[in-house]
Design a protein around this ligand. Structure first.
Ligand SMILES: Nc1ncnc2c1ncn2[C@@H]1O[C@H](COP(=O)(O)OP(=O)(O)O)[C@@H](O)[C@H]1O
Ligand SMILES: Cc1ncsc1CCOP(=O)(O)O
Length: 226
């Protein structure tokens, strides 16, 4: 059971410390991601140059890896940054956008899982199923099944990798493999627009108050984050 004061304290910590959040994220969501982080009091930075990602991780409080728009140099940067984050002991939040759609995305996602040891994985149902079972196929960046269909895969993935897995969809699920938290406030209009979830940590200002719980749960579970 999450207590209200834990939630308030976590949010206050973010506002007080304004932690630097290093994002390597796709071109589609980049701007919304920065604004969402700013609106909760964090300090975002987007950096994907191979020559600087390790230094940026060196001064960051967490690293977000979103593989929405991939290229070889971006993948190299993601791996370098992820390894450095692991070495430094800061959380890595992984959004395996479109995994299962192409062999390249499956290969990259598996490499990130192996090398970067994420603390949180956030995806839609198809992505979570494809991450757990690389034979599962997806169509693109949107899910072809509803979020409850992926719950077993999410739990098994969470248990086997010791991560928190978040499935977004009509109902959002958050699991550590044993416990499951459900957030029932989806709206089909949101499915028709890009970047509502943006990142695992970024349910913020323009959304209903309930969405913030999503963020708080993650912060409470990962106090090191801030
Ligand atoms: N099928 C759906 N029905 C109702 N709401 C949905 C549905 N799919 C997604 N949503 C809402 O949109 C939010 C973002 O989910 P998703 O589209 O998977 O994120 P993103 O666009 O970042 O990939 C969810 O948390 C949920 O509130
Ligand atoms: C349409 C599209 N194509 C590649 S990434 C992307 C957006 C994905 O958004 P999100 O990172 O919120 O899943």
């Amino acid at each position: 059971m999450i207590k209200t004061n834990q939630v308030t304290e976590a949010l206050l910590k973010v506002r007080t410390k304004a932690p630097l959040v290093h994002n390597i994220t796709n071109y589609v969501v980049m701007n919304n991601t920065a604004n969402a982080l700013l609106s909760i009091g964090a300090s975002p930075v987007m950096a994907h140059a191979i020559n600087e990602v390790e230094d940026m991780v060196g001064i960051a409080s967490s690293l977000v890896i979103n593989m929405g728009t991939l290229s070889d140099s971006w993948v190299k940067a993601m791996i370098l940054a992820g390894k450095k984050a692991k070495e430094k002991g800061i959380p890595v939040i992984f959004d395996p956008v479109g995994v299962g759609a192409t062999p390249y995305r499956i290969e990259v996602a598996q490499q990130i899982l192996k090398d970067c040891n994420p603390s949180v994985i956030r995806g839609n149902a198809s992505e979570i199923m494809a991450l757990y079972n690389s034979n599962a196929k997806t169509k693109g960046v949107d899910s072809t099944v509803s979020s409850n269909v992926a719950l077993d895969s999410a739990k098994l993935l969470a248990k086997s990798m010791n991560v928190i897995v978040v499935i977004s969809g009509q109902t959002d699920y958050i699991t550590d493999g044993d416990r499951v938290v459900c957030i029932h406030n989806g709206n089909t209009i949101m499915q028709r627009l890009q970047v509502w979830a943006v990142q695992p940590v970024l349910y913020v200002a323009p959304l209903p108050e309930l969405k913030r719980i999503y963020l708080w749960l993650l912060l409470v579970r990962w106090p090191l984050w801030v």
